[in-house]
Design a protein around this ligand. Structure first.
Ligand code: ZN
Length: 193
């Protein structure tokens, strides 16, 4: 699957919008990504995650994968579908009082080789937090993956990392936003206008 094919799937599901958006961070952007709108279709989620699983499996630097783990909520379905494709367990971490933790009786055995996945990597912060949980339990993060890499490939997690599509999405402070300068008004994604 090419980057174009992946992005077409996102655009067809209104999961990748073009326009002038006010992000929750307060910054403005010309693109907005909402993976849930793609993942709401299980067959599409499966198709994308089979691709991501294949990329991870084909990477000799990742090697054997014992389980897939993701941060809730965004990564849960990605972990589930990637794990299904690999025939391994799917786990997820959750924030408890802001600290990423493994709950619900999930366990990682010392030495287990973990693939950490997310729907979208922006800064890699959530993936890093999951990697810390894995390490604290004695597991080994052997690789990372996401459907979309919104960092333009810039995020370095210290392990092999794969994405189905790499996007460079510039964000602007409102006072420096070129679209504002052209007189258009930023809208909150999801609001119907
Ligand atoms: Zn703007």
């Amino acid at each position: 699957m090419t980057t174009e094919e992946v992005l077409t799937i996102f655009e067809e599901n209104q999961a990748l919008l073009k326009g002038h958006f006010l992000l929750s961070s307060g910054l403005h952007s010309s693109r907005y990504l909402q993976c849930a709108l793609v993942l709401q279709h299980p067959r599409v989620a499966e198709k994308l995650c089979v691709e991501l699983a294949a990329k991870a499996k084909a990477d000799a630097n990742i090697g054997q994968i014992d389980l897939v783990i993701a941060p809730a909520l965004g990564g849960v379905f990605v972990a589930h579908e990637v794990a299904r494709a690999l025939g391994v367990r799917a786990l997820f971490t959750e924030r408890q009082e802001k600290v990423m933790t493994l709950r619900r009786g999930f366990s990682i055995q010392p030495g287990e080789r973990c693939l950490v996945v997310e729907d979208v990597v922006t800064t890699g912060g959530s993936t890093r937090e999951v990697m810390e949980v894995v390490a604290a339990l004695g597991g080994v993060t052997v690789g990372a993956g996401s459907l979309i890499d919104r960092s333009g490939g810039a995020v370095d997690l210290g392990v092999p990392r794969h994405a189905l599509a790499v996007l460079e999405v510039p964000t602007y402070k409102p006072e420096e936003c070129p679209m504002c300068k052209e007189g258009s008004k930023a809208i909150k994604p999801g609001s119907r206008q």
